[in-house]
Every structure is written in structure tokens, then in C-alpha cells.
Design a protein around this ligand. Structure first.
Ligand SMILES: Cc1cc2nc3c(=O)[nH]c(=O)nc-3n(C[C@H](O)[C@H](O)[C@H](O)COP(=O)(O)OP(=O)(O)OC[C@H]3O[C@@H](n4cnc5c(N)ncnc54)[C@H](O)[C@@H]3O)c2cc1C
Ligand code: SF4
Length: 448
């Protein structure tokens, strides 16, 4: 902690987003970066707390006080060494993590101006790649083989940790390229896919093998062939909205448009029939969460005429305090993302009754305003209708209502599960932690 007064003298400074008129026309990352002097000044704000709640909140157990101090002192190499000692891929979390550590930061408690850990993390990692601090490691092989099914963040983290321990690791994925939702869910304007290519390039040089375009539907052959298997297959089944008209052309799951758009940006071609586009359409996003927000940003960039987002639950309370979930927990308060800033009508307490269409194509959605009343039996609140149904004009509906937590059969003892596949839909940082933990379990199992 180089400057003990910095947290008093220096205000939190975020790099902010590119201007809307500039970013709305491309899929480049929206977030900007600070110059290295300002970045180091931001790192100086960390107080090196006796009880670092940032560390407590981070599923990876980040060492924010240590790497913030190294960053403040200009020792970027040490900062990366400390950062990567707990986080295998800080270039991803540095961009798309909701930063549980910042919400738990002690500075958030008393001034609502926590340290800029997430941005600091991204900056440290970019310098590390640029300056050659990220090097190819050559682990000593132990002769044992592990198969990882799923090349999302959980599978990649497990593969990385096992490889470094000396296992021969092969990662299988049904997609044509690795990354899972990092590549085929999260839009490029939040995460540039070259970052995945760069990291996977290092992993390949370090000996990890990738078998892509291979869906593994039966784990048993791999469990016999390999010493251990790690399942990291995520949550492939989205929640549907089975109301009349669901079959109409123009009603899609969020991931259909998000993954297709990311593939198009990677050079894939789709014919007119397959292509899902918001161009010239009134778009309705159903679901008020982050996936819905990603649909909004994508619809804007594709040239939507208008974008509306509806949510069946009530509007969250305004922050930053959340009396129902106080510091150091993550506040469940009203959020405005970069995509919302770009323009969107947002409504809450709206139930969807029916998709309406003409000649098989969507023209609108019948919705109903509702209220939630407490349940006298103490169970789930009761939905009551308010006023009359209304029709929202729309030619494209995107269903962003979450994913089901998968169920798994009983597997042989040498099979381990991690990431969203075991936790249900969650966060990249939790997937990384879970993948790392699965690697530990495999190692213990194979050395018992
Ligand atoms: C649109 C969207 C945006 C998100 N944005 C954020 C964000 O900003 N920040 C954040 O922290 N989290 C975000 N998340 C959540 C985050 O992406 C996930 O929690 C995380 O990717 C889970 O990692 P995973 O490795 O467990 O699964 P996944 O990323 O889903 O990866 C699973 C992999 O398994 C493969 N697979 C599945 N079945 C098989 C099979 N049978 N055989 C072979 N391969 C298979 C899939 O092809 C995939 O590559 C977002 C999620 C979505 C949907
Ligand atoms: S809680 Fe905040 S100020 Fe304290 S050590 Fe962590 S990042 Fe630094």
C-alpha cells in the first residue's frame, strides 16, 4: 500500500464506454481504457484492508490488495504473476465480470466508490501479453490422460489446471471453436473473440489438445479410455414460453440470434432463411436480465427500428444500497447496461399472453400488466391482472428467460462435473473457480 491516503484523495475513475453514436454502428468492444498513469493512480486507492472483503467475495479468491499494490508501484510483471496465481484467464473476467469483489470492497461500504479491480485486472493482463510476461509453460508429464467435455470457461480452466499438473488433456466440444458462451453467447461488443484465440493459442502450445465439432452424448467410452473425465457442458436448455403462437416465424431464443451474430462476425455465412436479424424490425425482448440486455445491444447494431424489454417481475429498487441484501453481498438493485443506454423501452410486471401473427409470421405480442400480491400461505407471491391486455407491435421476439439446471445420471467414480453444468446458470468467474476445483478433485482422485 504505497499511498495510504489515496483512497481519500483520489476519486474512483472508470474508463467509461465509447460514445453511443460511435459504438452503435459496430461490434467492437464498448469499454475504453485509462492511460497507465491513471490506471496506477486507481490502483493506489486500494487500502490493503486487514480483512479484504474483495478476496472474500471473489469465487477465485483474488489477491486484489497484493496486485493493486504491485500495479501502483509500476511492477506490471509482479501484478500479473499475483493475478494469474488465482485466475487462469483474467483477460475474460477483466472485461465481463460483474466484479463481486468491487461490490464487497470496503470502499463501497463507506463511500460507494470501490476500487476499479475489474478494469485494473484487464489492464494488467493486456500489458502482460504485450510485454511477454505470459509465457508458454512446459509441464513435466505424469503419463495420465484426462478428457474434458466442454470448452467453455469451466472446461478451459479445468484443462489448464490439469495440464500444468502434468496430465495429458484433451478437450472435446460440439462447437467448431472453443470458448463456450464466451464465444457463442456473450456479444463481441463485450468481449472480443481474439482474446479467446490468443489464450487458446497458448494452451495448445502448452500441450492441451482440442477435438472440436464433436458432441459427446455418452460419457462411458471416455471414462474407460481416459484416467478421468471432467464434464463442463454448461446449461444447454433455455426456458421456453409456451403460449399460443410460439411457432410463429420471428420468435426465437436469445442464444439463437446471439450465437449466430457472433458466428457471422467470425466469417460464417447463413442463407436468408436461416439468418435472424433485427434490421428494420420492432424487437421485443422477453426477460429483464443480462442475456436480454445482450439481445438489446445486438438488435441495435443490426438496425432495429425499436427495442422493448419486458420482465414479469417487479422493477428492482434503485441502488446502490440493497437493504434486503446488504454489503458485502452483491446488491440486487436496478442496473443500466451499455446496451440499455443505447436506447430501449423497459417495462416490468408484464406477463406475455400470446404471440400474434399473419401468414405464419409474427406481427405483435399480447401482454398483460400484472401485480404481485403476498401469498397468505407464505408461498410464491400471487399474480393479479391489472387493466386490460394490450398488444405490443413486434416482428422479432427474443426469449431471454434463463436456462434450466441440467440433471445428471450417476457417473463412474472417475467422472467429475463443473461449471454451469453442476451449478446451474451462473457467472464466468464461478465457472473458472469450479473448473479449477474439479481439476483439484481429479488430481486427488488419481493420486489417492
Ligand atoms: C448471453 C449470455 C451472456 C452472459 N454474459 C455474462 C457476463 O457478462 N459475465 C459473466 O460472468 N457471465 C455471463 N454469462 C454467464 C456465463 O457465460 C456462464 O456462466 C459461463 O459461460 C458458464 O461456463 P461453462 O464452461 O460452465 O459453460 P458454457 O460456457 O456454456 O460452455 C459449455 C460448453 O460445453 C459444450 N458442450 C455442451 N454439451 C456438449 C456435448 N454433449 N459434447 C461436447 N460439448 C458440449 C458447449 O458447446 C460449450 O462450449 C452470460 C451467459 C449468457 C447466456
Ligand atoms: S476491500 Fe477494497 S480497499 Fe480493501 S483490500 Fe480489497 S480492493 Fe483494496
Amino acid at each position: 500500500m504505497g499511498n495510504p491516503k489515496a483512497f481519500i484523495e483520489v476519486a474512483r475513475q472508470e474508463a467509461g464506454y465509447r460514445p453511443i453514436h460511435d459504438r452503435i454502428h459496430d461490434f467492437g468492444e464498448v469499454e475504453q481504457t485509462l492511460n497507465s498513469k491513471d490506471r496506477r493512480t486507481q490502483a493506489s486507492r486500494c487500502m490493503d484492508c486487514g480483512v479484504p472483503f474483495c478476496h472474500w467475495a471473489c469465487p477465485l479468491g483474488n489477491k486484489a490488495p497484493e496486485w493493486n499494490d504491485a500495479l501502483y508501484k509500476g511492477d506490471w510483471e509482479l501484478a500479473y504473476k499475483l493475478l494469474s496465481s488465482t485466475n487462469p484467464f483474467p483477460e475474460f473476467t477483466g472485461r465481463i465480470c460483474p466484479a463481486l469483489c468491487e461490490k464487497a470492497c470496503v470502499l463501497n461500504l463507506f463511500s460507494h466508490e470501490p476500487t476499479t479491480n475489474r478494469e485494473n485486472e484487464a489492464a494488467i493482463t493486456e500489458v502482460a501479453f504485450r510485454e511477454g510476461f505470459v509465457t508458454v509453460r512446459n509441464p513435466v508429464r505424469n503419463g495420465k490422460r484426462v478428457a474434458v467435455i466442454g470448452a467453455g470457461p469451466a472446461g478451459l480452466a479445468a484443462a489448464d489446471a490439469l495440464n500444468i499438473k502434468g496430465y495429458n488433456v484433451t478437450v472435446f466440444d460440439k462447437n467448431e471453436a472453443p470458448g463456450g458462451l464466451l464465444r457463442y453467447g456473450i456479444p463481441n461488443f463485450k468481449l472480443n473473440k481474439e482474446l479467446i484465440n490468443r489464450r487458446v493459442g497458448f494452451m495448445k502450445q502448452e500441450g492441451i489438445m482440442f477435438e472440436l465439432g464433436q458432441a459427446i452424448n455418452d460419457v462411458s467410452p471416455l471414462a474407460s479410455e481416459y484416467d478421468a473425465v471432467v464434464i463442463a457442458t454448461g446449461t444447454p436448455v433455455p426456458r421456453d414460453l409456451k403460449v399460443p403462437g410460439r411457432e410463429l416465424k420471428g420468435v426465437h431464443f436469445a442464444l439463437e440470434i446471439l450465437s449466430q451474430q457472433n458466428r457471422v462476425l467470425a466469417g460464417a455465412e447463413f442463407n436468408k432463411e436461416e439468418r435472424i436479424t433485427a434490421k428494420g424490425k420492432d424487437v421485443l425482448v422477453i426477460g429483464g436480465g443480462d442475456t436480454g440486455s445482450d439481445c438489446i445491444g445486438t438488435a441495435h447494431r443490426q438496425g432495429a427500428t425499436s427495442v422493448t424489454q419486458i420482465e414479469i417481475m417487479p422493477r428492482p429498487i434503485d441502488g446502490p444500497e440493497d437493504p434486503n441484501n446488504p454489503w458485502p453481498n452483491y446488491p440486487r438493485t436496478f442496473k443500466t447496461t451499455s446496451s440499455h443506454e443505447e436506447g430501449c423501452t423497459r417495462r416490468w410486471n408484464i406477463n406475455t399472453l400470446e404471440f400474434l401473427g399473419e401468414d405464419g409470421a409474427l406481427t405483435g405480442v399480447k401482454v398483460q400488466e400484472i401485480d404481485w400480491k403476498p401469498n397468505p400461505d407464505g408461498g410464491r407471491p400471487i399474480m393479479v391482472e391489472k387493466g386490460k391486455p394490450e398488444i405490443i407491435k413486434s416482428e422479432l421476439v427474443l426469449l431471454a428467460m434463463g436456462f434450466f439446471k441440467p440433471e445428471h445420471p450417476e457417473y463412474p467414480a472417475n467422472v467429475f462435473i463443473c461449471g454451469d453444468a453442476v451449478n446451474g446458470p451462473s457467472l464466468v468467474v464461478r465457472a473458472l473457480a469450479s473448473g479449477r476445483d474439479a481439476a483439484e478433485k481429479v488430481d486427488k482422485y488419481l493420486n489417492k
